[in-house]
Design a protein. Structure first.
Length: 511
C-alpha cells in the first residue's frame, strides 16, 4: 500500500483506518518537516536564552511556577512521562493504539508543537515496524488531553513501559530492539507535546464512527428485509413525503428503502390489502435511521477538524524570516487540549446508535410476536411449542438495548476537579469514547439478531421472493448462518452475522 505522507492538515478518517487496521505505512511530509524544524528552532532559542515559558522552562499544571533550567530540563521530560503513565484497566486494542500514534504524529506535524522532527519520525517508525504500546484505557478525564493514555505511548517511545506483541505484553525496550528502533532521549518541551492532546478519545471515537457509518447503512438493509417479511408497505418511503421535510439523512434512508424493496414479489402480493399504514418501527425508519445519519455527519465534521488540529500546550507560532540562530516566535499557553468538542460528539453518537438498536429490537419483536407478525409462525419456530425459535434471541436483544440506555447517558455533562484545582473543568471525553465502544458492540449484536430473524421470516414467506437487493442481503446472511428448521444453539450464528455486518458485506446490498 502506498505510504501516507502526513502534514497535519489533510488526514482523513479513512486514512486513519488504513493505518490503524490495514497497516498502511506513514512518513512525514517534506514540507511539514520544514515547518516542524522551524518551530523547534524557536524552542531551542528560548532555552538557550534561559527565558521563562510554561512547560519548557517551568513545571506543569499546578507546578507551573517552578523554574526548570539546564540539565533539569531533560530530566523533567522523563519525569513527566513516567509520572503521567498511570493508566489502569483494559488496554486499548492494537488498532486503537495505532490510531492514537498516527493522530499524535499528525498533530505534531502541523508545526505548532515545537518538537524535533525525530519525534515524529520515531512515531512513524513505530507504526511502520509494528511496535504497539500497551495503553491502559482508563485514567483520562479529557482535560489536558488524554494525559495518561498518551503518556503510555510516550513511555514506549523512550524504551520504558510495555508494548503489545499481538495480545502478549513485552518490555518496550525489547519491542524497540526487535524493530531496530532506538529509544528517544527527549529534549525541552517534547514530553508535554507528546502527552497533551485528545488523541486517546479521538482514536477510539474515529474507529467507532467509521463502524457506526457501516451500521446505519446495514440498518436500512436489514430493516427493509423485516418490513418485507412482515408484508409492510413502501408507501411511507414515497420521495414526496421526504422532500416535504428535507433532512438529508431522512431522504437518504428513504431512498435506500425504496431501492431495497423495488421489485419485491412479496410487496406485490399484498398491494391491494386493506392495511393503510405500518407501525412506527417500520414506517418511520427514514425519520429514525435518517436522524442517526445526520448525527453521524455532524460527528464526522467534528472529528475531521480534530484530527488535523494542534491540541497540545503551549503552541509555537513562528515569525517568518531570519536564520535558525535568530529564530523568533510566540509561545502561547492555551487550552486546545480540552476534549469538550470531541466529548460532545462521542456522547451524541452514542445516543444516536442507541436509537438504531432500539428500533431494530422493535422490528424483531414484530417478527417473533404472533400477535404482530402477519401470519408468520410464533417466534419464527418451525413446529412452535416443540421448538422455541427466536423467543430468547428477542430477550437478548432487549437486554442489549436496555444496556445501551445506561451507556447513552452523556459523560460530557460530568466534570471533576484535578491538579490542585488548576484543571477545574474537564470533558470526560475518554469515558465517552469507552462507553461508545460498548454501544457499538451492542448495536451490532442486536442488529445481527434482527438479521437472522428477518432471513428466517423470508424463508417462511417463500416461494414469494423479496427484491433482488433483498435477495443479495439474504444470501449474505445465509452464507454464515443456515436456516433454522429446529431449535439449535444460536450464539455462534449471532457472532458470525455481527462479523459480517462489521465487514460491510450486508450493507453492500445497497450498491
Amino acid at each position: 500500500m502506498k505510504a501516507l505522507h502526513i502534514n497535519g492538515n489533510d488526514l482523513t478518517l479513512e486514512a486513519v483506518r488504513e493505518v490503524a487496521v490495514e497497516r498502511r505505512p506513514v512518513l512525514l511530509d517534506p514540507d511539514a518537516r520544514e515547518a516542524v524544524r522551524r518551530a523547534r528552532a524557536v524552542v531551542d532559542a528560548l532555552v538557550a536564552g534561559n527565558k521563562v515559558s510554561y512547560a519548557i522552562t517551568t513545571g506543569v499544571g499546578k507546578l507551573s511556577d517552578v523554574r526548570i533550567a539546564g540539565e533539569q530540563i531533560r530530566e523533567m521530560q522523563v519525569n513527566l512521562v513516567r509520572s503521567h503513565a498511570v493508566g489502569v484497566g483494559e488496554p486499548l486494542s492494537i488498532s486503537e493504539a495505532r490510531a492514537m500514534i498516527l493522530l499524535r504524529a499528525n498533530s505534531l506535524s502541523k508545526g505548532f508543537s515545537g518538537v524535533r522532527t525525530e519525534i515524529i519520525d520515531a512515531l512513524c517508525e513505530m507504526l511502520n515496524r509494528g511496535v504497539t504500546p500497551f495503553v491502559p484505557s482508563q485514567g483520562s478525564v479529557g482535560a489536558s488531553g488524554d494525559l495518561a493514555p498518551l503518556a503510555h505511548l510516550a513511555l514506549a517511545l523512550i524504551g520504558e513501559g510495555e508494548c503489545l506483541d499481538e495480545k502478549v505484553r513485552i518490555p518496550a525496550g525489547e519491542a524497540l530492539r526487535r524493530a531496530q528502533i532506538q529509544p528517544l532521549k527527549l529534549e525541552a518541551k517534547e514530553a508535554i507535546s507528546l502527552i497533551n492532546g485528545t488523541q486517546g478519545m479521538l482514536a477510539v471515537g474515529t474507529l467507532a464512527l467509521l463502524a457506526a457509518e457501516t451500521l446505519v447503512d446495514t440498518a436500512d438493509v436489514i430493516g427493509s428485509l423485516s418490513l418485507d417479511a412482515l408484508k409492510g408497505t413502501d408507501a411511507a418511503f414515497d420521495e414526496r413525503i421526504h422532500q416535504a421535510r428535507p433532512h438529508l439523512g431522512q431522504m437518504k434512508t428513504a431512498a435506500n428503502l425504496r431501492r431495497m424493496l423495488e421489485g419485491s414479489e412479496i410487496r406485490e402480493s399484498h398491494r391491494d390489502c386493506g392495511r393503510v399504514q405500518d407501525a412506527y418501527s417500520l414506517r418511520c425508519m427514514p425519520q429514525v435511521h435518517g436522524a442517526v445519519r445526520d448525527t453521524l455527519a455532524h460527528c464526522r465534521e467534528v472529528m475531521e477538524i480534530e484530527v488535523n488540529s494542534s491540541v497540545d500546550n503551549p503552541l509555537v507560532f513562528v515569525k517568518q524570516g531570519g536564520s535558525d540562530a535568530e529564530a523568533e516566535g510566540d509561545i502561547i499557553s492555551g487550552g486546545n487540549f480540552h476534549g469538550q468538542p470531541v466529548a460532545f460528539a462521542l456522547d451524541f453518537l452514542g445516543i444516536a446508535l442507541s436509537a438504531l438498536a432500539g428500533i431494530s429490537e422493535r422490528r424483531l419483536e414484530r417478527l417473533v410476536n404472533p400477535a404482530l407478525s402477519e401470519g408468520l409462525p410464533p417466534f419464527l419456530a418451525a413446529g412452535a411449542g416443540l421448538n422455541s425459535g427466536f423467543m430468547m434471541p428477542q430477550v437478548t436483544a432487549a437486554a442489549l438495548v436496555s444496556e445501551n440506555k445506561i451507556f447513552a447517558h452523556p459523560a460530557s455533562v460530568d466534570s471533576i476537579t484535578t491538579s490542585g484545582n488548576k484543571e477545574d473543568y474537564v470533558s470526560m471525553g475518554m469515558a465517552a469514547s469507552l462507553k461508545l465502544k460498548r454501544i457499538i458492540e451492542n448495536t451490532r449484536n442486536a442488529m445481527a439478531i434482527e438479521a437472522m430473524a428477518a432471513a428466517q421470516a423470508l424463508d417462511f414467506v417463500a416461494p414469494l421472493k423479496t427484491s433482488k437487493r433483498g435477495q443479495a442481503a439474504h444470501a449474505a446472511i445465509r452464507s454464515v448462518c443456515a436456516t433454522m428448521d429446529k431449535d439449535r444453539v444460536m450464539y455462534q450464528d449471532f457472532a458470525r452475522i455481527a462479523e459480517l455486518i462489521a465487514s460491510g458485506k450486508v450493507a453492500e446490498a445497497l450498491r
